[in-house]
Design a protein around this ligand. Sequence first.
Ligand code: SF4
Length: 378
Amino acid sequence: MKVANALLQQDLSHLSLSINSKNAHDVEHALKSTALTLDDFMALISPAAKPYLEDMAQRAFALTRHRFGNTMQLFVPLYLSNLCANECTYCGFTMSNKIKRTTLSTPQVLSEIAAINAMGFSQVLLVTGEHESKVGMAYFEKTLAAIRDKVSYLMMEVQPLKQNEYVKLKTLGLDAVLVYQETYCPKHYANFHTRGKKQDFLWRLEASDRLGQAGIDKIGIGALLGLGDWRVDSAMTALHGKLLQQHYWKSRVSIAFPRLRSCEGNTTGGNALMNNKLPNERDLLQLICAHRIFNPYAELSLSTRESSAFRDGAMPLGVTSMSAASQTQPGGYSEPTQALNQFDIDDNRPVEAVVRAIQAQGLEPVWKDWMPFRLSLT
Ligand code: SF4
């Protein structure tokens, strides 16, 4: 587990001290550099870089256009189940929440896919809570087989799986897997994950190694900003991405920067705000630009957790992939129910409005840029 081991060797207190000791000279050095180190990234996310946001935005814009052209990938999440056997204090699906639990049957999944296709999407992210016995490999295999020919790029955000399970799902057409570490600080991680298999910090951290070894096309990583020190977690995420690119060069890396949101049944999001642990929008923009300058090749993904105004402003400055018109409850596209959302979303615009906003920035929305290739020997 090369990448996980390298991450475990980092001294998080040292990273925090290092980030907070950066000065204007360090920021200017990072902005002039063509091959940035982690130290340079830490300068760019430090408080000392706040006055340099315009310079960072210009560089992030140029690097993004150079590598990705004037494009914006569009995808939509499809929530398959809100069953969960974990207790995470920040999530609406947490096991102890008394909510109506649903897992979509194959006909219901097909109805959702039809509704999603009718909106124009063919890049789909399948999302579940984490309930291994009821929503495990048998369910994933059945679902992938049913929908694979109806989507062009198939992503999953589910519980971390074994390497051989990723290999198996790849043969069924799985393209990308997102496993967010939530926080890279084991102490904070233990505080927020109080029951269930998700308490196993290492099993989650090693998931990206298993994905790389399984040859999955794209590996998604990120921290839930607001759980721990968001600057330290972001430095760890940036390092994580670079290490994955070095060790598993056949896989692409996608980085997300979700900010903690409030949801039914918990106060973690509100507490993070009160404790000033949450990055504000200007901090988040600085972070997006820093990720792009540090890692010109990574996909940067921005979800509907953020407001329409923020998304419109941030989209040219490094972001290359966006969700739109998202529903975070199972069945939300074809038959909206009263089932609870996993978290509050902020950009509620219909997909047509998001497309117009992308075009207004001079960017081309990309609905499909990948055709599954199946070699037939018969
Ligand atoms: S964050 Fe994931 S694992 Fe935790 S309660 Fe929510 S759905 Fe379950």
